[in-house]
Each structure stands twice: as C-alpha cells, then as structure tokens.
Write a protein that binds this ligand. Structure first.
Ligand SMILES: C[S@@+](CC[C@H](N)C(=O)[O-])C[C@H]1O[C@@H](n2cnc3c(N)ncnc32)[C@H](O)[C@@H]1O
Length: 327
C-alpha cells in the first residue's frame, strides 16, 4: 500500500515493480473490494503489474487482503483520487490499460462535474497510455455510459468502440454481481487514444523537487504571548486563499512533551485535501521554531507551505518578530 508521498512524481514501473519491470502495467480506478484483479490476473500466464487506486480506506484494506491471499505481489494499492494519481504519478505513455468498473454514476442533475470520465480525464489518460493502450469502461448505468462515450469523443483524443464484450473479470466484481442478481445488463466501451499528447505533471499540484525541505520559520515570541487568542483569531478570520490552494487554521493544542504548541490546518488544493500539523516549539536559545510536523506523512505542496506561513503570520499578529522564513 502506497501513500502519495511514497511515489515519485512521475514514478516509473521499474521502481514500483523491480522484479517484473518488463510486464504490462494496468491501472484500475475505483477497485472497490478488489475482486476484479485476481480474476483478471488468474486468466493470464503472468500477472501484469497492477496499480489500484481508490478513495475508500475500507475498500483499500479489503482489496489488500484479497490480493495478498491471491499471492499477487506485483501489485500496488493507493488511497487517492484517481485523477491526482494519474496526473502526478503515472509517466507519459507508461500504462497499457486503465480499467474502470462500475464507477459512481452521480445521477443527480447538476452532479455530472463529479463524474470521473469527462473529457479532461480522457486527455490525461491518452497522455499516460502507451500506443496500443486503452481505457476499458464497464457500467450498468446507461446514462453515465452515454455521457462517458460522448465525453471521450469530445476530448478529441479517443476513439470509442462499444462493440466488444467486457473482460469476464469485470463481470465478477461486487457491483457486477449486484446488477446481475437484479437481472440488469451492463454496457462496455473501449476507448483507444488516437494521440499521446504530453500533459505536464503538476499542472495543479506542483510538488517541489526536494520534498525534504520542510517548511519552517524562526521567530521570537513576545513575553506576553497568549495562545488562547488563537480561537478568537480563527473565529473571525477568513480562510487563506492562493492561486491553487485554500488554508483554514482549525485549532491549536498545547504540547505535553515539549515547550510549545501544535496548530491543526486544513489544506485544499484541487482534488487533494490534507490535514496538517504545524509545530510551534520554543528553543533553548530563546527563539521559537514553527515547522511542519511529519505526522501523517504530509505532502509538501504550495498549500502546505502556506499553512506554515499562516501560522507564522498569526504569531506575527500576536507580536512575534520573524527572523527567518523557510517556506
Ligand atoms: C460503485 S463502486 C464500484 C467498485 C468496484 N469497481 C466494483 O465494480 O465492485 C465505485 C468505486 O469507485 C471509488 N471511487 C469513486 N471516485 C473515485 C476516485 N475519484 N478515485 C478513485 N476511486 C474512486 C469509490 O470509492 C467506489 O469504491
């Protein structure tokens, strides 16, 4: 199981699957409880390299157990929104197949923006699939199916083939069985890129090259520093907003182990949301260090740096003198 911070941006099959780098590379989006891959891999002489992406933590654990029981070792699972993973982690022309089985249909009017299979995703997929690669969609939902086919055509980078049957493994997933029990049919499409335009990584989440440069600041607190002012400040202040991020300072906790406090901040950047801790630690030389805490493995993005900046700015409003800003 990989967290976003365990990947490189972009990553490479040779690094993720060091024992089987030459095998085809398949990405499954929204694998649910993970039934598709064991069925799919079992039907082949050699299991392709597998990358599964999900937003549900419970699904991640269920699928992890299933893949382990099936002895599928060249498999990486991660809990992320699919488009973040595809844009940031997958190298240009890296994948052989993207599989999407029974995606959430977002059926209500006005909710189609939440659907994954829209033109921008097809453009991204075309850039990350290698020549001969394809996106396979299997769904029970007629309206989403028609929508996805239309979006693929509108993307200008995909041909749409609705004539072939789905892979048998796609009919063995939890949702496939649910629809089969209800006597309902499924739709299947194969979307094949006509071009492989390079879509840059980090278009909305530019990760710094050196992610070990932990954002921090050094300052001197005033003699009469009152941490309880924090709650008054957060009640009356607006979230901090930058070009691609929003930062909300949520709370401040006293540290039992150290002389200092820890601020909790909520950082939103596109589809990526992180809750981060920013430590405020008094040091022996009389200065105070404000620094992103490693807890939870935060990804150091511009928004996370801004969270360290927001805590520093608040301390400045309380009379602190900032001597160094490293964010
Ligand atoms: C209807 S379920 C289908 C699960 C599985 N493919 C199956 O056929 O049983 C849709 C799955 O997609 C996941 N999902 C929804 N949006 C996602 C996204 N942006 N990235 C990754 N997974 C997502 C949901 O958590 C859910 O498990």
């Amino acid at each position: 199981m990989f967290r976003l911070g365990d990947f490189q941006f972009p990553d490479a099959a040779a690094r993720l699957y060091p024992d089987t780098p030459e095998r085809p590379w398949v990405l499954e989006v929204g694998f649910g409880d993970g039934r598709f891959w064991p069925h799919y891999a079992r039907a082949l002489p050699q299991a392709p390299n597998y990358l599964g992406v999900e937003i549900s933590g419970t699904s991640l654990l269920k699928a992890h157990r299933r893949l382990k029981d099936a002895g599928l070792t060249n498999a990486v699972l991660t809990k992320l929104p699919a488009d973040v993973l595809v844009r940031e982690v997958i190298p240009h022309a890296g994948l052989d197949l993207i599989v999407v089985n029974f995606p959430d249909p977002w059926p209500k009017a006005g909710h189609t923006d939440h659907r994954l299979l829209r033109a921008p995703f097809f453009q991204l997929a075309a850039s990350r699939l290698n020549p001969g690669g394809a996106v396979l969609l299997t769904t029970d939902h007629d309206e989403y199916f028609a929508f996805a086919c239309e979006e693929a055509r509108a993307s200008g980078v995909m041909t749409v083939d609705t004539g072939a049957p789905p892979p048998p493994a796609a009919l063995e997933t939890k949702y496939a069985l649910k629809w089969r029990d209800l006597g309902l049919g499924v739709n299947h499409a194969r979307f094949t890129p006509t071009t492989h335009p390079p879509v840059p990584h980090g278009t909305t989440h530019p990760y710094p090259e050196d992610d070990h440069a932990v954002p921090h600041a050094i300052l001197t607190l005033p003699d009469r520093f009152d941490p309880s002012e924090f709650s008054k400040f957060t009640k009356r202040s607006e979230p901090g907003r930058g070009p691609d991020w929003t930062v909300i300072l949520l709370d401040l906790y006293g540290s039992l182990r150290r002389d200092g406090w820890v601020a909790l901040a909520h950082v939103v950047e596109g589809e990526l949301t992180q809750e981060v801790l920013v430590g405020i630690t008094n040091r022996e030389d009389g200065s105070t260090l404000v620094r992103l805490a490693r807890f939870g493995g935060p990804i150091i993005t511009p928004g996370v740096k801004a969270a360290v900046g927001a805590v520093t700015d608040w301390l400045e409003t309380q009379g602190a003198t900032v001597t160094h800003r490293g964010y």
